[in-house]
Design a protein around this ligand. Structure first.
Ligand code: NOJ
Length: 511
């Protein structure tokens, strides 16, 4: 006990020192209504993979295939949040966040999709979570679908490759609006479809593991485009139902979340500058141009041609409902080299954007490395990507739905080093500074969520990458605040008193 207290007092002192050296942003620079939260997703934190009547999700099945996940991890237990959610809501309350972004497990609420009943046990879990959050004054910011879907739909008709998925997703979304919409004011239809569909149908490292360029399953020439088409229309149909039947009464907003890396031209040439635009189009505009303007971006049409589906008149009409906000997951920036006009090795699978992504220019990395080999610390990328969205999408309201720093973690990695995460603090502060720069230029950004509240199951990296503000011991499941949790708490409560973990020096003044 004494040791723990001395440790936490030491932390607070260290925090003050760090903040006085590095502190550049403060809460007061953002409007009081600005959302400051933390984010998670169902498969990554809930565990309880067989609780109630839940069916297996595509990720439950995928992670059990030997060799798919680094270290062989699965989400069977992970943070056990399904059983520990009240404790986790306590942690959020003590941090002082005013919003929490989480997702709903489709297989928990509708184990057989629209071919079966709504499971009241699943419904109740999220009801309890939402009520507990609201009791603490924390706004639930709900992602309807964050990667995981009932395996049943995969097996029955091939999930996103079938037009039927539009109907199933719309049904799922409506079940959520009905059950939770009286209390949930922020909905995102999907998280990062630009990641799931390319990794699922092009490289095949995510389920359903289709990768005809590098393995023998699926048809990567067309499947990513078909899957995206169905998903875009599923989004449009859910938005349509929300706007027509629920929004006026419930008074919420609905949007979609995309993964949004920023790109810099590798060389200062017109072709590399064009390649940057192409990379952004294949990443972001692939989903947002249809949703906001009714069609795929011209940069894609030119290259993909007839492999890119066409929206019918009726579908365009559905798309005209658009969205209320764009969710931006921003972590990193990479250099882009043109491969359309200049020769280069595109690698396998190549993708259609004809760009080569690289973190180095003349042997010099674009920023400090992080635990994720493709994520570098490039804070200015935050401002640039926000300005890209502002300009391309007419300053549609935006939320930074994810930003965070991953630490590698292997058996034997020092816990002290993981807890003492000064690099994460610097990363967040620097990115917030650039977010602020975008706000000063008029960008309509309304919130910021740190990925993640807790260390959790990091997809193909399994448990070898930690993003949490709270360290999680994978044996005892104890949550221990990292230095960054203390920092966030102090940032959010600048004029307030820090949680009394030790007596005496608990008041931290504005630094
Ligand atoms: C994006 C995803 O939404 C989330 O699930 C993932 O864990 C983080 N980025 C970190 O890679």
């Amino acid at each position: 006990m004494m040791v723990k207290r001395a440790f936490s007092l030491g932390f607070v002192w260290f925090l003050q020192l760090i903040s006085s050296i590095f502190c550049i942003v403060d809460r007061g620079q953002f409007s009081p209504s600005f959302l400051f939260g933390a984010a998670t997703s169902s498969y990554q934190i809930e565990g309880a993979y067989l609780a109630g009547n839940k069916s297996l999700s595509n990720w439950d099945v995928f992670t059990h295939i030997p060799g798919k996940i680094n270290g062989g991890g699965t989400g069977d237990v992970t943070d056990n949040h399904y059983y520990l959610y009240m404790h986790d809501v306590e942690l959020m309350g003590s941090l002082g966040i005013n919003a929490y972004r989480f997702s709903i497990s489709w297989a928990r609420v509708l184990p057989k999709g629209r071919f079966g009943e709504v499971d009241p046990v699943g419904i109740e879990f999220y009801n309890n979570l939402i009520n507990a959050l609201l009791n603490k004054g924390i706004q639930p910011f709900v992602t309807i679908n964050h990667y995981d879907l009932p395996q049943y739909l995969e097996e029955r008709y091939g999930s996103w490759l079938s037009i039927q998925m539009q109907q199933d997703y719309t049904h799922f979304a409506e079940v959520c609006f009905k059950a939770y919409g009286d209390r949930v004011k922020y909905w995102s239809t999907f998280n990062e479809p630009n990641v799931t569909l390319t990794l699922g149908y092009l490289s095949g490292v995510y389920p359903p593991n289709h990768c005809s360029y590098s393995c023998n399953s699926g048809d990567s020439e067309i499947e990513p485009y078909i899957a995206a088409h169905n998903l875009i229309l599923a989004h449009a149909s859910a938005v349509n139902i929300y706007k027509k039947k629920y929004q006026v009464k419930q008074g919420g907003m609905i949007g979609i979340v995309v993964n949004a890396a920023w790109y810099e031209p590798l060389r200062n040439t017109p072709t590399d500058r064009l390649a940057v635009q192409r990379a952004l189009a294949f990443d972001i505009a692939w989903f947002l141009d249809p949703i906001i303007y009714g069609d795929y971006p011209p940069e894609m049409r030119q290259i993909v041609g007839s492999r890119l589906p066409i929206f019918s008149e009726k579908e365009r009409e559905l798309l005209s409902n658009k969205l209320d906000f764009i969710g931006i997951n921003q972590y990193s920036t990479l250099y882009v080299k043109d491969c359309l006009f200049s020769p280069c090795d595109l690698g396998n699978p190549r993708g259609d954007s004809f760009v080569q992504l690289t973190p180095e220019r003349a042997g010099v990395p674009i920023g400090d490395s992080t635990g994720n080999p493709m994520y570098y610390v490039v804070p200015y990328g935050m401002e640039k990507i926000i300005m890209y969205f502002k300009e391309r999408y007419n300053n549609t309201p935006m939320f930074i739905t994810e930003n965070g720093y991953g630490q590698t973690s292997y058996p034997g990695t020092s816990i002290k080093d993981l807890l003492n995460d000064t690099k994460r603090i610097e990363y967040i502060e620097d990115y917030l500074e650039y977010l602020n720069a975008a706000l000063r230029q008029g960008a309509d950004v309304r919130g910021y969520f740190i990925w993640s509240l807790l260390d959790n199951f990091e997809w193909t990296y399994g448990y070898t990458l930690r993003y949490g503000l709270y360290y999680v011991d994978w044996v005892t499941l104890e949550r221990i605040p990292k230095l960054s949790a203390m920092w966030y708490k102090q940032f959010l409560n600048e004029e307030k008193t820090l949680e009394q973990e030790g007596s005496g020096i608990t008041t931290i003044h504005k630094l």
